[in-house]
Design a binder for this molecule. Structure first.
Ligand code: SAH
Length: 362
């Protein structure tokens, strides 16, 4: 058995070695992997945790992903779309708190009205958040699904500079099992390539603990992130939603999914080194200290909830989503405590861009 030190010094990992990391079960072995991932994070990215205030601005969606609580076929979801003013107001609050960046996330739509709305929202946030502390305004990440290259170009020109589009699973059979036939893995890959070519910092990720998912699939997901030269990773445990087609299929229990998700964060950090990795809210849905454990396992990004409380209950991608009732103010205090508790600092008033991306552009 190698030591944590050996893992830290390792430049390249084979598929077999990644599978071995992801198969760890013994407490000492898990701790060794966690410590190595934390070391690599501190060495390559520093101890700062970056905030991206999350605004879930609409749950209207044309997709029917088999796992998702706001899929098109969910008839009893109240559909909403925040007004431009409400979005800008949340973003301004975010800037005043020193959060540095915002994520605009929504269900997926491709109509012109939607595309121009997103474009307008990005431009308005940029215009209204420039200050002495944020000379270029808030950093803006978009997470609005698969779009045409032209739409991505419009978002980029408006001022968004990061984009999140999870691959969900890089395994073709598993991807098809969790999506309707008209949604394809090839189309997602085309989107990720377009985004990178346009100049976005590109984020992707997978759900962990999906029905039928194996450690081999997860190892291949990490190799996919590497081969696609991805800058940012957002991944978390899969959490069933009973009203969805996938909701009642057998999956590993919560403890196993939490362990797998933390191991995925650690292994991704060990293999990819200087990317940004989020400690996602879904981690906390399964474990009260899930996000702290994510940070301790190599994550360096947190997405505080900024979605107005009135609509948050309508954006339940999965059941038992935490922080549904907490206001953004409560969220701020709670998170600062959580980050401090694991000995890390908050990168206030910074975009906190992926070092990996900076490395690419010289
Ligand atoms: N429409 C946007 C935003 C989707 S929601 C897009 O396609 O990018 C953001 C992420 O939530 C998804 O990519 C998916 O990985 C995750 N998600 C959806 N349902 C989930 C569930 N039941 N459990 C865990 N994560 C889920």
């Amino acid at each position: 058995m190698t030591t944590a030190h050996d893992l830290v010094g390792k430049i390249a990992f084979t598929r077999e070695e990644i599978i071995q990391l992801l198969s760890a079960q013994d407490e000492n072995e898990l701790e060794r992997i966690r410590q190595a991932a934390e070391r690599i994070l501190l060495d390559t990215c520093g101890d700062e945790v970056y905030y991206r205030g999350l605004i879930e601005f609409s749950n209207i969606c044309r997709c029917d992903c088999l796992y998702c609580g706001i899929r098109k076929s969910m008839k009893d979801v109240d559909r909403y779309e925040l007004a431009l003013d409400a979005i800008v107001e949340s973003a301004q609050w975010c800037a005043e708190q020193g959060y540095g960046s915002v994520v605009l996330q929504s269900g997926e739509r491709t109509d012109e009205r939607f595309i121009s709305f997103v474009q307008e929202a990005v431009a308005a946030i940029k215009q209204t958040t420039v200050s002495e502390t944020l000379p270029h305004g808030l950093g803006i990440t978009l997470c609005v699904g698969e779009q045409t290259r032209q739409s991505y170009e419009r978002f980029f020109s408006a001022g968004a500079h990061r984009y999140l589009l999870r691959i969900e699973s890089s395994n073709p059979a598993l991807f098809s099992r969790i999506h309707p036939p008209q949604q394809t893995l090839d189309s997602r890959i085309r989107c990720l390539r377009d985004l990178a070519e346009i100049g976005f910092q590109v984020g992707t990720g997978v759900m962990i603990g999906l029905p039928g998912q194996t450690v081999e699939h997860l190892a291949d997901d990490i190799l996919f992130f590497r081969d696609m030269d991805i800058d940012m990773i957002g991944m978390g445990p899969y959490i069933p939603h009973a009203g969805t087609p996938l909701g009642n299929e057998p999956i590993p229990d919560e403890e196993v999914r939490t362990r797998q998700a933390l191991l995925m964060i650690a292994a991704t950090r060990l293999v990819l080194k200087n990317v940004n990795i989020a400690a996602t809210t879904a981690l906390q849905a399964l474990h009260p200290q899930g996000r702290e454990e994510g940070l301790r396992s190599g994550a360096n990004v947190i997405m505080p909830q900024l979605t107005p409380v009135e609509v948050r209950k309508n954006y339940l991608l999965y059941e038992n989503k935490p922080c549904v009732d907490e206001s953004a103010v409560q969220c701020r205090g709670c998170l600062a405590g959580r980050i401090g508790s694991v000995g890390r600092t908050i990168g206030y008033n910074k975009w906190g861009d992926s070092r990996h991306f900076a490395g690419k552009s010289g």
